[in-house]
Design a protein around this ligand. Sequence first.
Ligand code: SAH
Ligand code: SF4
Length: 363
Amino acid sequence: MPQGALESLFADFDEKPFHARQLMRWVYQRGITDFDDMTDLSKSLRQKLRESTCIQLPEVLSRQNSKDGTVKWLFESGFGQAVEAVFIPEPDRGTLCISSQVGCALDCAFCATGAQGFNRNLSAAEIVGQVWHANQALPRRSNDAADFAVTNVVFMGMGEPLANYRNVVPAIELLISDLAYGISHRRVTVSTSGLVPNIDRLGDECNVSLAVSLHAPNNALRNELVPINKLHPIETLLDACWRYAGKRANRFITFEYVMLRDINDSLEHADQLNRLLTGKPAKVNLIPFNPFEGNDFARPEADTIARFQNRLRENGLVATTRRTRGDDIDAACGQLAGKVSDRVRVRLGAKKLGERKLGVATL
Ligand code: SAH
Ligand code: SF4
């Protein structure tokens, strides 16, 4: 519950709203989840809290440590399901990559999460619980007790965050609240495959960084790789991106582009990308494809990726290549599979669109 909702809860208890602030500091900043340990709350208030609320954290099923320092946790999400979160340490920051859904319905061709299908949305508690756990499990960055390991959060784990808008927004509110983690909104990044209406809503409601999974510079190819493109084609998506950028001063949109051998990695593709993005508030982040079982995609040679990146730069685009981290424990981009029993697969084939109204409506 973000601060506003907690204050309403205390009002329902006939208690003062400032208790919400006390409770948030206990839970997030001191890691205390037993009401009895919250010594500045009166006994009667603790009793009321115990009777009608609970603080529940996702159970950790496993933790794996990569030789490069990356850490991956598998969290129980009920009924035999599980989601993953990955911590990526760097000298100047600690990034936690979190999941927003159990699986994903959007079925991008090159993604292990998509290959598993979709089971359900995570609650705001399950989303923030991943950050809570990482901050408790990892050492502080300094002797200061408030100097948590997680300095940056990216919604780049399992799931499409903008398809779970209702729960992602309160989770973001907690990440940036000074009473919880106080992470600057610039250090929280939502990555989306392009759910246009919710990009606009996010722009109005949440001032966070936006990354967009573009992956192809024309609609014919993007329809194949990122099927949601059939609903929100590139032009519509880019318009939404520029609207988003326009709402924030000096704000760039990051465009993720997974490099797939002989599919989207030619210089012609780079030139098409330039035509779409040059002169706009855009940065390109190339992601060398990370393999997983059961598909035929391959990662291009390092030379090919470098040539592609240089071609973008020659035309004035800011382009970087994402360093692969944690691939020895299947923690790299696109490798997160968790445990998902597929309940809904939204296949956006031409004829299926109308038939699967329910799935489409929830996007
Ligand atoms: N659903 C959101 C966020 C999760 S995926 C989205 O699609 O943006 C985070 C990033 O990893 C996305 O850009 C995604 O397209 C990319 N990705 C997926 N599978 C990958 C793979 N096998 N190798 C490299 N990147 C991959
Ligand atoms: Fe879902 Fe993102 Fe994977 Fe596409 S890339 S299937 S939107 S998690």
